[in-house]
Write a protein of this length. Sequence first.
Length: 388
Amino acid sequence: MDIVPSETLSPPQCDDDACSCDSSEIDEQNHFFDVIQAFSTYIACSMKRVIKYEQDSRKMSSFGKTHFEQIFIDRIASLKQKIAINQEFLSFIIQPQLQTMDQSQFELASEWNASKVRSTLSQFMREWSSEGQDERNQYTPLFLSTLERYLPISETRQPSVLIPGCGLGRLCFDVAQRGYRVEGNEFSYFMLLGSSAVLNRLLVADNHKKDQPNITEGTDEQDTDDESTWTIYPFVSQFNNNTSFENQVRPVVIPDTHIDSFPPDWAMSMSAGEFCQVYDEQPSSFDCVIFHFFIDTAHDIAEYITTVSTTLKPGGIFMIYGPLLYHYGDMETEYSVDYTFDDVKHLLRTSHFELLDESVHQCTYCADPRSLMKTVYSAHFILAKKKI
Ligand SMILES: C[S@@+](CC[C@H](N)C(=O)[O-])C[C@H]1O[C@@H](n2cnc3c(N)ncnc32)[C@H](O)[C@@H]1O
């Protein structure tokens, strides 16, 4: 059973000379090609920064050289090796798609797409490594305890939970493991390809060696017998605020959990597409909707709230958690209605929601716990109920 449906990971193919695709389908195909190209050319894009590091290190003062010349030569070799290992993992993610594409046409990815690939590696650290556990503990217990209090599972009732903007799907997995029926939703191919690799292929790979990370002791080499865990280096391109070089190149093992197979009553799925477009058509479908670092991805939060109000059953629960760091706020070509949290609460009250609870939580997002710099958000948590 595929949790992320494979058909969502290939846009409509067009081999027809008399092409009848409309322009949005062609845009979609081009975008998909760009994403695969960005995964494939990660190594070349990342090496540009290493080359600068190398060139700059040659300009070191003679005092610096006395102590660090050889050390920097060794560091450069180490960075190149780690980036090459990251590339192996990224190529594994897109392996099924690569087979159908003309790779001879690949060029270096744009800086925007290259940065999305680097963020995907950080997102893997946040969601699917033991290093991300502390960050996940900032929110997962809150969601689970709220679900268990307001929507307990019984023999006759398995409540359904929708998690839009679910990233790589870890929260969906953790909620589904508690016995809820969960549907994740995403519109980013970077995230959909990543979640497909981990949920469809890694978690249930039957050759995993239990309790044993896939890194050969004393080396950085992938254990070739075991493709169910991968060692990646999510901080390797982070040259600022490092306490030590060892921290910059430290390995992280993906995933931090395995299951032998999904149990028969397991109920988790993923939909691909823009949240409002997908769920405006699905009235009264879910007992709960969780916005987890998602509300500020809206052009206009009022539209998201309208969609939640449609797709939630009467009496259903709506949880919002995160800051208001508007994704489109600084983009000149996009619009963004920049509401405050007070405004959000007003929108909820006037959309037939009753506010049940509210709290503030200090949290980080894809933070390197060992970095000299961290952004800490005062994430707002709002619990609301759709009036009957
Ligand atoms: C800030 S990330 C949060 C990811 C995850 N919930 C977490 O906390 O780690 C927001 C996610 O929402 C997705 N997203 C943004 N706008 C969306 C939309 N309108 N429909 C579906 N997904 C969207 C993005 O692709 C991104 O993965």
